[in-house]
Design a protein around this ligand. Structure first.
Ligand SMILES: Nc1ncnc2c1ncn2[C@@H]1O[C@H](COP(=O)(O)OP(=O)(O)O)[C@@H](O)[C@H]1O
Ligand SMILES: O=C(O)C1=C[C@@H](OP(=O)(O)O)[C@@H](O)[C@H](O)C1
Ligand SMILES: [Mg+2]
Length: 169
C-alpha cells in the first residue's frame, strides 16, 4: 500500500551515484520540493565529516534517521544519503513508498568521488566495498534502477519522472 500524502518518490543508492543532483532536477520537473536528508542533518548539526570525526557514525545515523522519518511524511522528492538504508526502520518505511535506486560503475566512482569528503568512501576501493555490501538492500527496496555512469543527470531525472507517470492511474 503506497503512502499517499508522503514522499512523491525516494531516491536511494551508492554514494556519488547522483541522488542529490538528479533529485534536484526531478523536483524542478515535478514542480515539487526537494528534501535531501543529508542537507537537513547538516543544517541542524553541522558538516558530515565533522559529525563522523567528533561523535562517530552511530551518532550520524541517528540524526540521519530523524531526518529521513520526517522527510518521508512530506509531499516532496526525497533523496537519502547512501547509508540511510542501513537503518531497519527506514527500510520498513520505504516498503510503502516509490523507491528508485541509482547505480554507477567503479570507473565512474573513481572520477566522481575523488577529492570529495565522504568519510566512508574516501577512494574507489572503499566505495566498492561499501556498495557491494549494500547492494542486496538497495535492490530489495527499489522498483526502478538507473545506471548513471554514462548518463547526464537531466536524463536520469527525466527517466524517473517518466516512470512515475506510469505508476499513477
Ligand atoms: N549523471 C552524472 N554524470 C556525471 N556526473 C554526475 C552525475 N550525477 C552526479 N554527478 C556528479 O557526481 C558527484 C556526486 O553527485 P551527488 O548528486 O552528490 O551524488 P549522491 O547524492 O548520490 O552522493 C557530483 O560532483 C555530481 O556533480
Ligand atoms: O554512503 C554513506 O554511508 C554516506 C553517504 C553520504 O551521502 P551521499 O550518498 O549522498 O553521498 C553521506 O550521507 C555520508 O557521507 C554517508
Ligand atoms: Mg547526496
Amino acid at each position: 500500500m503506497l503512502n499517499d500524502g508522503g514522499a512523491l518518490v525516494v531516491i536511494i543508492g551508492a554514494p556519488g551515484s547522483g541522488k542529490t543532483k538528479a533529485g534536484k532536477k526531478l523536483a524542478k520537473i515535478l514542480d515539487a520540493p526537494l528534501i535531501d536528508t543529508d542537507k537537513v542533518v547538516v543544517a541542524s548539526h553541522g558538516p558530515i565529516p565533522e559529525l563522523f570525526a567528533e561523535f562517530g557514525e552511530e551518532y550520524f545515523r541517528e540524526r540521519e534517521r530523524e531526518a529521513v522519518a520526517n522527510a518521508l511524511l512530506e509531499p516532496a522528492v526525497v533523496t537519502l544519503g547512501g547509508g540511510a538504508v542501513l537503518n531497519l526502520e527506514t527500510r520498513a518505511d520505504l516498503a510503502s513508498h516509490r523507491v528508485v535506486q541509482l547505480t554507477m560503475s567503479k570507473a565512474a566512482a573513481r572520477l566522481r568521488i575523488a577529492g570529495t569528503k565522504r568519510p566512508l568512501a574516501k577512494n574507489a576501493d572503499e566505495w566498492e566495498k561499501l556498495v557491494e555490501a549494500r547492494r542486496p538492500i538497495y535492490d530489495e527496496l527499489s522498483s526502478l534502477t538507473i545506471d548513471t555512469s554514462l548518463k547526464p543527470m537531466e536524463k536520469v531525472a527525466r527517466e524517473i519522472a517518466d516512470w512515475l507517470g506510469t505508476q499513477q492511474q
